[in-house]
Write a protein that binds this ligand. Structure first.
Ligand code: ADP
Ligand code: ZN
Length: 751
């Protein structure tokens, strides 16, 4: 599809309005179409249009990304058939953002556009088309002299006198006639007809009880001053608010947003999905009467309605998870990412974007400050405070002079005997008993759901694994099932060894269900709650559980990492980490960082009131740098040890990384595919003078998933731009065999 004129055609060029159309599937490059004169007023960039495409001129829908005058050979271009949207879905900035995302994340532009505009908006959820009738001025002036049947005349007179639009049924009712006379008026073109899309959705937004701002302490005031400086200057700047757990970061955000709202602008606040609790909602609603809270349980009608309210500029504060970064705020004044280190900000399907990087692009192009907040910043952001790209403000103390909780490790190598058969060591048991006696509450973290974590035959050694993934099945007590945590394959838990028939097959390892059972057995009469993705499937169950804990009826909360973040319960005086090592031994460069974050975050759930708090961390490796630093609440110690390692072995944040994953029914095909890709890359690297480091291809950490073999190839370079270019050059030339499916992940978070 070549629209460039040949040299002999140049004289035939004329200037014409042309729309550039991007399709969400099929060809990846944009196509030019002529804008016919009658469509010119509505053919705006950022709307979808229906255009003829391919042989047979089938009508297909695409996004118009640009409209402008162009020198073209008109007979070479087809014309737009129809403009689909009557509102603009993407502003110029948002179009620019999608284009950048496509280039940066090496994925099709059309796919990014579909990700940025919610399906509920594309589908016009909660709206319907209405026909509105009015009387044109010329008709109104001739009204007295018009020769019409009496009913038509009466209807026309009523409509002209009303001074507003009526739908046909409304007019029929007002005139006391059937629809027939109205139809006749339409046919005679005596009334003006307009078809408009109107929303029938409305959601009540009862304001929360208003709450005044808190008097900031010295650290908070200093942090706010730095942020407000960026707000007032209306220029882009990124501030990292490094505040320990309980230092009052949210209060600083709220007061910063105050200033943005006072200036008539809008703020976007991103939080991890799991933090979108009623508590969070309450905190924002109590300060700002108009907020949009975007969460995954919203239905399409509500999502569309919220989108419209944001786009109209009426909503000053938008709070949501990752995809809220695409909120269509017309006057963006600030973006805040709370818990900016959280891995849920990275999308794990295409487009594989990171909300922090998208936020940085958006904030810069809209001249707005970006505020990143965390007790355990990502090393990517931390590194940028060292190079000066990000301004650092610290809040090293908790509010009200509450001390950080005392963290002790329980060395399971020494304490093995005291554990006996259970998961709770003697020191932890004693601390739990004391907590109950003193009427405190406690949180126990175990990052494995299910009952037993693997099933094995002591006679022949056979392990029960998923037939699709070859990963140990987890025993779940409900229904007595053995379940694969990667693909959800389920079978009845075996009563005997499937291989040798031995009846003493054993269930090993601890999941949250077994821990809950142990707690209940050892503390009879004490209410214990469990929170993991198994108990939280029903919408609202999360909130209900937290409410039982908040009101004090439940004393013990057992859960996976979903309980580690954000909870603010002053009566929690003990946190127990059952096994700090679960995340430590993953073959992933971020294993230490994740462990540090998890322990620090969960430790932060205690000592938030005047009763103080303590943390017991059970581990087989108390000397591991990540665990030791977390026990000391010392982020700079952790970062100071981890960064030199990342630098030496060329990992993020020093090197830019791209990860390729290929999968297929056999192991040979994806491996061969990546081998060839690597060879081609090395050739291109020489051509581009790119210093390229390859790791692999090798079997991926999850070698087999849903019956498919997986391989990966990690690419690293100090020059991210050239690296992406090289991958792009090879990717466009690569035709993968049918049996191989492969993906590109720029800035991978999980390895
Ligand atoms: P972080 O997000 O840093 O962990 P929070 O924002 O949750 O901390 O604040 C911890 C608690 O301290 C909250 O209950 C909050 O209402 C309270 N708080 C925050 N700032 C102040 C202040 N200046 N004075 C008194 N209490 C405060
Ligand atoms: Zn499986």
């Amino acid at each position: 599809f070549n629209t460039a004129p040949a040299p002999w055609e140049v004289d035939d060029l004329v200037s014409h309005v042309v729309a550039k159309i991007v399709f969400s599937t099929g060809p990846q490059q944009p196509f030019d179409y002529l804008v016919p004169e009658n469509l010119a007023p509505v053919a705006v960039a950022g709307r979808r249009m229906r255009v003829p495409f391919g042989r047979g001129d089938r009508l297909v829908q695409g996004y118009c990304v640009e409209v402008g005058a162009k020198q073209v050979l008109p007979n070479k271009l087809k014309s737009i058939h129809e403009v689909v949207d009557d509102v603009t879905l993407l502003s110029r900035t948002m179009l620019g953002l999608t284009r950048w995302m496509a280039e940066y994340y090496l994925c099709p532009w059309g796919q990014v556009l579909e990700a940025v505009v919610p399906a509920a908006v594309r589908g016009n959820a909660g709206t319907r088309e209405v026909t509105l009738l009015t009387v044109p001025r010329e008709t109104a002036m001739q009204l007295a002299t018009l020769k019409l049947p009496p009913k038509q005349h009466a209807a026309l007179t009523i409509l002209a006198a009303a001074g507003k639009a009526f739908t046909p049924p409304e007019l029929a009712q007002a005139a006391g006639c059937t629809l027939a006379p109205i139809m006749a008026l339409r046919k005679k073109k005596l009334v003006h007809v307009e078809v408009r899309r109107v929303s029938f959705a409305h959601f009540d937004d009862t304001p929360a009880e208003a709450e005044p701002s808190k008097q900031l302490n010295e650290d908070q005031a200093a942090a706010l001053k730095t942020i407000l400086h960026a707000v007032d200057e209306e220029r882009h700047q990124t501030v990292l608010l490094h505040g320990v757990t309980g230092s009052g970061k949210t209060e600083v955000y709220l007061q910063a947003i105050d200033r943005v709202v006072a200036a008539g602008k809008q703020a976007i606040v991103l939080v991890p999905e799991i933090s979108l609790t009623p508590q969070t909602k309450q905190r924002f609603r109590a300060r700002f009467s108009q907020i949009a809270l975007l969460h995954s349980h919203m239905n399409d009608v509500e999502r569309h309605w919220q989108w419209k309210r944001i786009a109209s500029g009426h909503i000053p504060v938008v709070v949501g998870a990752r995809s809220a970064i695409f909120a269509p705020t017309p006057r963006l004044g600030m973006i805040i990412l709370d818990e900016e280190h959280d891995s849920s900000f990275k999308q794990d399907s295409s487009p594989r974007y990171h909300a922090r990087d998208v936020a940085a692009w958006r904030a810069e192009s809209e001249n707005a400050p970006l505020i990143l907040g965390s007790a355990t910043p990502s090393l990517e952001s931390w590194r940028q405070t060292q190079t000066g790209a990000i301004t650092l403000v610290s809040m090293p103390r908790r509010v009200n002079n509450y001390p950080l909780p005392d963290v002790k490790t329980v060395d399971l190598r020494v304490d093995r005997k005291s554990i006996g058969r259970g998961a709770i060591s003697r020191p932890l048991y004693q601390a739990m008993r004391r907590t109950i006696e003193e009427d405190g509450q406690m949180i126990l973290l175990l990052n494995r759901r299910g009952y037993a974590t693997h099933i094995q035959c002591p006679a022949c050694g056979e392990k029960v694994v998923c037939p699709e993934c070859e990963i140990a099945l987890t025993h779940h007590l409900a229904d007595n099932m053995a379940i694969c945590h990667y693909c959800d394959y389920r079978q009845a838990a075996p009563k005997s060894c499937p291989s040798c028939g031995f009846t003493g097959i054993h269930f090993f390892g601890y999941g949250t269900q077994k821990l809950e059972a142990e707690v209940k057995a050892r503390f009879p009469g004490v209410e214990c709650l469990r929170m993991d993705s198994d108990t939280m499937k029903k919408p609202g169950s999360h909130e209900a559980a937290l409410e039982r804990f908040r009101c004090g009826d439940a004393k013990i909360l057992v859960g996976t990492q979903m309980i580690a973040k954000g909870l603010d319960f002053p009566n929690v005086t003990l946190v127990g980490v059952i096994n700090a090592d679960t995340a430590l031994h993953f073959p992933d460069v971020r294993a230490g960082e994740r462990t540090f974050q998890l322990i620090t975050q969960v430790a932060g759930r205690t000592g938030r009131g005047h009763k103080g708090g303590q943390v017991l961390v059970q581990t087989l490796s108390p000397d591991h740098p990540a665990i030791e630093a977390a026990a000391r609440h010392d982020y700079t110690l952790f970062a100071g040890r981890e960064l030199p390692f990342r630098e030496k072995f060329l990992f993020s944040p020093f090197a830019k990384m791209v990860r390729l994953v290929a999968r297929g029914e056999t192991a040979a095909a994806p491996e061969a595919f990546l081998d060839e890709f690597a060879k081609q890359l090395q050739k291109v690297a020489i051509q581009l003078e790119l210093e390229l480091h390859l790791q692999g291809p090798a079997a991926a950490p999850i070698e087999k998933l849903r019956g498919q073999y997986r391989f990966h190839l990690l690419l690293k370079s100090l020059d991210g731009e050239k690296l992406r270019k090289a991958v792009q050059m090879v990717a466009v030339k690569t035709k993968s065999p049918d049996e191989v499916i492969w993906t590109i992940d720029v800035d991978p978070v999980d390895m």
